[in-house]
Design a protein around this ligand. Structure first.
Ligand SMILES: [Cu+2]
Length: 505
């Protein structure tokens, strides 16, 4: 790997600082500390209530681990796309020029926005050589935090994200604005995975058909194990995203704890603490990390995860160097957000979704309620009345129709509206009977939840504000492309049932 240019060294020195907003004190805290090598992600900000971004989806080489790499599709020639930043109430316009060989569109993952027309519409598809502009307005009460954007054309979603088309999108006013957190150093850590063709120069990403997560190398902001500097006792805010196409991260910081303030771009109702942070594909967490009181060096690593027969490797992700004068640790807030009234509401309806797979001679196929999603078939589309609260039971049936089992976890993701998790338990797919149930106090809104083999989770959701057809799916994008997706339509509620107020945030 060649050395950094002066410009890159400067960018590295400012690594991650003030990425989450113009926080001057953060800049001061790290300025000049060239030992901090976390690469900075360029930010495209909204101004005067408008975010206007033009992104070229290109096959030009992009830098991974500091080296020009081929075989990628990236936004603007960056393996981590530019960080978009907007505020609740802003109008957002994202123009994408498709210079890749595959069809593209733009999905706003984690957003509560219009799914129709030129909005967050995953049914659009723009061929190579053409362009697409996605236009949405963020509601004034939109949740604030770390979301992301990526293409979502069924059949090539995995390829597009694996090759590099994904970037962070921050909605201002989240954890960084809490009184206890203001002024802390903030970092944006985007974890991606790559796999190079062996023994080829220049480094070249393997074709997606040869991708095997067991051979993935994880990078943080395109860097292999960057150095993060903290002062003894210092508390920092880290916003962490898993933008891999289907790898599971199990983050560990040498036994130190992560204090979780936000998940999936939403402040939680109260913080929770863990020494291992499980981040399935697509998920984001915003956490407080407090350095030990004495100078030391810690390793941020992912512990590895075996999903059925599919390996997500263990790997060191970053080095945390604790040096310099001491800082006072920060106490976490007791509460961050208030649980909205609809969470306690009796659901209008309960639906059950069963996730399963089969291994056919042509390859694996993935089902929801026994059906593999097809673009042309509309038979799996159901209607949900706008403004109603529903409970969705999502259960994992590991049995293969052709015999045997596949003991794999599926991260279940729903577009347009966030949900809370109100319970989970085990069930027996042979009898359909539940064998255990644990009611849960919701931590906060989220856009995805894992379901382990023989497990079921109970999600509760308000279908607020936006009508239109959208989807739910497994966020292991290979599973989604191979059928584990369903479509539904949010429709006007019956007139006699209307109270005229659909905002539940
Ligand atoms: Cu899956």
């Amino acid at each position: 790997m060649r050395g950094l240019t002066r410009r890159e060294a400067l960018a590295a020195a400012l690594g991650g600082v003030a990425i989450l907003g113009g926080v001057g004190t953060s800049r001061v805290a790290l300025a000049g500390d060239a030992r901090d090598t976390l690469p900075r992600i360029p930010v495209i900000r909204s101004r005067n209530g408008v975010l206007q971004a033009t992104l070229t989806a290109t096959t030009e080489p992009a830098r991974i681990m500091g080296v020009e790499t081929e075989g990628l599709y990236t936004y603007n020639g960056r393996f981590v796309g530019p960080c978009l930043m907007a505020s609740p109430g802003d109008r957002v316009s994202i123009r994408v020029l498709n210079r890749t060989p595959i069809d593209l569109n733009t999905h706003l993952h984690g957003f509560h926005v219009n799914p129709r027309g030129d909005g967050d519409n995953v049914f659009l598809s723009v061929p190579p050589g053409e362009e697409l502009t996605t236009r949405v307005t963020l509601p004034r009460d939109h949740d604030s935090g770390l979301d992301w954007y990526h293409p979502h054309v069924h059949g090539v979603t995995n390829e597009s994200v694996f090759k590099g088309l994904a970037g962070p999108f921050i909605v201002r006013g989240g954890a960084e604005s809490l009184p206890q957190v203001k002024g802390l150093v903030q970092r944006l850590l985007v974890v991606k995975a790559h796999q190079f063709v062996p023994d080829v120069t220049p480094p070249t990403m393997v074709p997606v058909t040869q991708a095997n997560s067991a051979n993935f190398t994880f990078t943080v902001n395109t860097s292999l194990s960057p150095n993060l500097v903290m002062r003894p006792g210092e508390t920092q805010l880290w916003a962490i995203a898993n933008m891999t196409p289907g790898a599971f991260l199990r983050l560990s910081l040498a036994g130190h704890r992560f204090m979780v303030l936000a998940e999936d771009g939403c402040l939680g109702y109260y913080p929770w603490v863990s020494d291992v942070l499980d981040i399935p594909p697509g998920k984001r967490f915003e956490v407080l990390v407090t350095a030990p009181a004495e100078p030391t060096t810690l390793t941020l690593s992912t512990l590895g995860f075996l999903n059925g027969t599919v390996v997500s490797p263990a790997q060191d992700l970053a080095t945390v160097e604790v040096v310099g004068p001491s800082a006072d640790p920060v106490r976490a807030p007791k509460r961050m957000a208030t649980q909205p009234g609809w969470v306690a509401q009796t659901p209008a309806r309960r639906r059950v979704f069963t996730l399963s797979r089969d291994n056919l001679p042509t390859g694996p196929v993935f089902y929801i309620n026994g059906e593999a999603y097809g673009h042309e078939s509309l038979h799996d589309v159901f209607d949900v009345p706008l403004g109603t609260v529903e409970e969705w039971v999502v259960r994992n049936d590991p049995r293969l129709a052709s015999g045997g089992v596949s003991m794999e976890t599926h991260p279940f993701h729903i577009h347009v509206n966030d949900h809370v998790v109100v319970g989970r338990g085990m069930w027996d797919p042979a009898t359909g009977k539940t064998t255990s149930y644990q009611p849960l106090l919701p931590f906060g809104p989220k856009d995805s939840e894992v379901v382990a083999p023989n497990e079921y989770v109970v999600l509760k959701m308000l279908f607020a504000r936006f009508r239109g057809k959208t989807v739910f799916h497994c966020h292991i994008l290979f599973h989604e492309d191979k059928g584990m997706m369903g479509a539904f339509r949010i429709v006007d509620r019956p007139v006699d049932d209307s109270d005229g107020e659909h905002s539940g945030h």
